[in-house]
Ligand binder design. Structure first.
Ligand code: AMP
Length: 309
């Protein structure tokens, strides 16, 4: 089943302890579609400026991603600059330049309006509302956001929660949005406002899914080398929703597996700069990491404990 994704399409400038990359491909919609397209069909809606190297997105169209919903405008592309700390888990945003996103009003092409799976990638929540106004009756609406919008567009974002089924955000953002430092309480605060499922990402420490009456935790895939964590969250979201859409199921067991796909695809994203880690991937590499993660986390409690619980 196909996913409609609307989000930022950016030129990123990134500094990590291992090097620098200037104005490389990035943006929430690009990382998401590079990841989700490994599992299912994806169509992207967004905007770029005159300076965007659209030809570099050919690897996505070659993979079947429908890019016909990307508009090109005269102004400058959205650009973002960030610097990672030595733990590679935390970063400072040095610059966010909205460019053509400032005037952008998403127009969902007719053929995408029936989409059953919608991903509102990190973007202005006012635009996220406008996307949902144009989609007929999606089965699953998943959404991501960021401190920039929690600070700047809090009201639009809290209103949006009532229209979202799955909210994905990182631990710091969850605390900031809910005003609660405990993550269980923060996710309860969010769930009370709409989303049945809240997925809190914790960088290399994995991610936790909170549903009404169950919780699932997936660790980050242990890596020897992390090069550039940018886009890990979007690649994670692509793995989760990509698997859900591929299987057409939000059953508990399926969502648990989807979290594993999220962790695995996030791990590929951070091994190289920009989207390079997601470019030449195929099913065998993905399945190998899914199997390794399973082997690393599976455990038996033993007969004695089994009898007592
Ligand atoms: P992540 O590392 O998963 O948080 O995603 C980083 C990506 O989000 C980068 O490629 C940025 O271009 C993009 N990004 C950064 N800030 C914003 C923002 N305020 N709105 C939308 N996208 C953003």
């Amino acid at each position: 089943m196909s996913i409609l994704c609307v989000g930022s399409i950016a030129l990123d400038s990134v500094e990590t302890p291992f090097g620098k990359a200037e104005r490389v491909l990035g943006g929430s919609a690009i990382f998401f579609s590079a990841s989700a397209s490994l599992l299912t069909d994806v169509s992207v809606v967004g905007v770029v400026g005159h300076d965007y190297p659209l030809d570099q997105l050919r690897f996505l169209s070659n993979r079947g991603v429908d890019l016909s919903g990307i508009e090109r405008e005269d102004g400058e592309s959205f650009s973002w600059a960030g610097r990672y700390h030595s733990d590679l888990n935390t970063r400072d945003t040095l610059e966010t330049h909205l460019g053509v996103f400032e005037e952008f009003r998403p127009k969902i092409p007719g053929e995408f309006r029936q989409s059953q799976y919608v991903f509102l990638a990190n973007i202005d929540p006012v635009l996220q509302h406008q996307v949902l106004d144009q989609v007929d009756s999606p089965e699953v609406v998943a959404c991501d956001t960021m401190n920039y919008w929690i600070e700047g567009k809090r009201e639009a974002l809290t209103d949006l929660l009532a229209r979202v089924d799955i909210l994905m955000l990182n631990d710091e953002e969850a605390r900031q949005l809910a005003g609660k430092s405990n993550l269980i309480r923060a996710s309860q605060w969010i769930q009370e406002r709409g989303p049945e499922i809240v997925i809190i990402k914790k960088g290399e420490h994995g991610a936790i899914l909170f549903a009404d009456d169950w919780i699932f935790f997936v660790p980050g895939f242990p890596l020897e080398q992390v090069f550039d964590p940018t886009g890990a969250g979007d690649a994670f979201a692509g793995g989760v929703l990509g698997y859900v859409a591929q299987q057409e199921s939000v059953a508990v067991d399926n969502l648990r597996r989807a979290m594993v796909y999220g962790s695995v695809l996030g791990s590929f994203a951070v091994e190289q700069f920009s989207i390079d880690g997601l470019k030449d991937l195929g099913e065998p590499e993905i399945l190998a990491r899914v199997a390794k993660l399973r082997a690393m986390t599976r455990f038996e409690v033993g007969e004695e404990i089994e009898r007592r619980v």
